[in-house]
Design a protein around this ligand. Structure first.
Ligand code: ADP
Ligand code: MG
Length: 273
């Protein structure tokens, strides 16, 4: 598949619920979550720790089945979704014993494509990912930002019509993070896949997204769906505009409101066995 022409697909999560059994108790992680990402859109989930964001990603990419509800890709419910979407998990680790080049071609290699062909494709993208000259370096020699770019390149090289990014910038300092946000938008504009993104950072969510879903504390429910109608390409200057600040305030208000409501309801909803 040609990376540069991979078209995005729409993703629809419809009424998804999921519970886990923990120490003999049943804990609901997600309750009737519905959300939509149009083809090629950048859609972000934001919500407190433990509200089920990573669980939702596991369900969307097909690693986990929901207890109720379904996921539709381009309008079609598909139970067997593994391999359809690229996924960069929250704790995405590069393999320490493989150099950068061999780490980023993991997807194509596992899919059975010839290594030499995958390496060629990866090498052509290394400079866009700020990794030129580091192809033979091992992960231990990379900065935090470089590791995240390598992990992202690995997801991009899976050449899927959508990418799920679970808090990719969570562990980075503010400056590195700001730089990577702008860079991510450039890369996305070039590849055009649908992106589902998880963050804790309200400013990051508004800066990046076409749409933001605010989730309540566990069990995660949608507290707010907000379309971000700010112009693109986005630049830092936008962050001080009245429209940007207004979006930020809306997200913050929904987070605060759901936090107080959610904490009260949390214990009451767990089924004790
Ligand atoms: P978030 O990513 O929003 O921080 P998670 O999706 O990781 O939240 O977790 C949501 C809830 O589900 C948490 O209470 C977590 O402990 C629980 N959970 C997640 N995965 C499992 C699992 N495989 N088994 C049991 N509980 C789980
Ligand atoms: Mg998580």
């Amino acid at each position: 598949m040609d990376l540069c022409t991979t078209p995005g697909i729409s993703i629809e999560v419809a009424g998804v619920s999921k519970s886990f059994r923990v120490d003999g108790r049943v804990e609901q992680a997600l309750r009737e979550v519905s959300l939509q990402a149009g083809a090629g859109q950048f859609v972000t989930l934001i919500g407190p720790s433990g509200c089920g964001k990573s669980t939702l990603f596991n369900i969307v990419c097909g690693l986990m089945q929901p207890d109720a509800g379904e996921v539709r890709l381009d309008g079609r419910p598909e139970r067997q979704r593994t391999g359809r979407l690229a996924y960069m998990p929250q704790k995405d680790l590069l393999l320490p014993w493989r150099n950068v080049l061999d780490n980023v071609i993991l997807g194509p290699e596992i899919a059975g494509r010839p290594r030499s062909e995958a390496r060629k494709e990866a090498l052509a993208l290394l400079s866009l990912f700020g990794l030129a000259g580091y192809e033979r370096s091992y992960p231990a020699a990379l900065s935090g930002g470089m590791k995240q770019r390598a992990a992202f390149l690995r997801a991009v090289l899976q050449a899927r019509p959508a990418i799920l990014l679970d808090e990719p910038f969570g562990a980075l300092d503010a400056l590195t993070r700001a730089g990577l946000q702008e860079w991510l938008l450039e890369v996305w504009a070039r590849f055009g896949q649908t992106i589902l993104f998880i963050t804790h950072d309200v400013e990051e969510a508004v800066f990046l997204s076409d749409r933001i879903y605010v989730l309540t504390p566990r069990p995660g429910r949608v507290a707010l769906a907000l379309d971000v109608d700010l112009p693109r390409p986005r630049t830092r200057a936008l962050a001080t505009s009245a429209a940007f600040v207004r979006h930020k305030e809306q997200v913050l208000a929904a987070l605060e409101q759901s936090l107080s409501a959610g904490l009260a309801g949390n214990l009451a909803t767990d089924e004790h066995r």
